[in-house]
Design a protein around this ligand. Structure first.
Ligand SMILES: Nc1ncnc2c1ncn2[C@@H]1O[C@H](COP(=O)(O)OP(=O)(O)OP(=O)(O)O)[C@@H](O)[C@H]1O
Length: 310
């Protein structure tokens, strides 16, 4: 399902939380809404789901205006961080819930539950109660339940933010896999840039109720429209190049051991990579490189070096 949002504004009381947002989400696309806490990501997601009253602007799905269409009739399903599962019921019953509301015959419910449990890698967990499951397993059940409703648009409101990093990545990969297998248009709210870069076809970076840039991960990372976007994705160096100032990411700075117009002021070990602070005639410049590369180079704090932009 394709979604088109036109100049959408939403206010809570006197505070305008979304300010004339326009964006299109293609059929089958995976889009992330990224941005700092309070920038309006969840508000935008809930507006798409039809859970909030909008002030002005339009939302269309497959070319149809959603103005007076109730959430149940939009073909969307939203997964929240708190999951909203029924803790006393089994995984199977939770997943079958949307089907039982639709009065799908019991046998077909069973088959669907089995298929979905397999898809979320929980085969055999039909009869396990939710309160006896781990956080990651509950997330999977919530995902399976949302798919049981056969949505045309899957909306995910930071469903993995309570999980540890490894599980979070696993869940992200699972969502991406489900997206590929089912061709389902998916919108993920996140404040994790790595997650957004890794999983999205396009990222909408938001700030204070507006979209700063809406682009593919490569474009938004390599060709940010302004400093705010550039700096959201990590530290930037601003280096004079004749008349202009160019923004360069630390990973695009190379140290030249043969040079001598800069000083290595600090080396911070970060595991696979190291961050090196250089004192240069232009001021401070940060460089990030592989730790092993630095070991081979044998450069240490206090040494004189040069640098170039890669
Ligand atoms: N029901 C509400 N009533 C009043 N203000 C609200 C309501 N919901 C959200 N807000 C405010 O609207 C702004 C945007 O909230 P929203 O939840 O959309 O942000 P977010 O980007 O999703 O943030 P987070 O990453 O913290 O979830 C915030 O300032 C929030 O306090």
């Amino acid at each position: 399902m394709g979604v088109r949002i036109g100049e959408l504004s939403v206010s809570f009381g006197r505070t305008r939380v979304l300010k004339e947002i326009s964006m299109e989400i293609g059929d089958g696309e995976f889009v992330s809404l990224l941005g700092a806490s309070g920038c309006g990501k969840s508000t935008l997601l809930k507006s798409i789901a039809g859970l909030l009253e909008t002030e002005s602007g339009s939302i269309e799905m497959n070319g149809k205006a959603m103005d007076n269409i109730s959430p149940e009739k939009r073909g969307t399903v939203i997964v929240f961080q708190d999951l909203r599962l029924f803790p006393h019921m089994t995984a199977g019953k939770n997943i079958a819930f949307p089907l039982s509301i639709k009065k799908v015959p019991k046998e077909r419910q069973k088959e669907t539950v089995k298929r979905l449990l397999k898809q979320v890698q929980l085969s055999g967990y039909e009869n396990r109660r939710i309160r006896e499951m781990s956080g990651g397993q509950m997330q999977r059940v919530a995902l399976a339940r949302s798919l049981a409703a056969e949505p045309r648009l899957l909306l995910l409101d930071e469903p993995f933010s309570g999980l540890d990093m490894r599980l979070r990545m696993e869940m992200g990969e699972l969502v991406r896999k489900l997206h590929r297998e089912n061709g389902l248009t998916t919108v993920l709210v996140t404040h994790d840039k790595q997650e957004a870069l890794k999983f999205s076809d396009r990222i909408a970076l938001m700030s204070k109720g507006r979209i700063l840039q809406y682009d593919t991960p490569q474009e938004i990372f390599r060709h940010p429209v302004n400093r705010e976007v550039a700096e959201y994705f990590g530290r930037m160096n601003y280096i004079r190049d004749g008349e202009r100032e160019i923004g360069v990411r630390p990973f695009d700075i190379r140290i030249l051991p043969s040079g001598n117009d800069c000083t290595v002021e600090e080396i911070v070990f970060m595991g696979e990579t190291v961050e090196i602070r250089l004192g240069t005639p232009q001021g401070m410049v940060y460089c990030v490189m592989m730790s092993k590369e630095l070991d081979e180079m044998g450069v240490e704090v206090g040494e004189r070096v040069g640098f170039r932009v890669f």
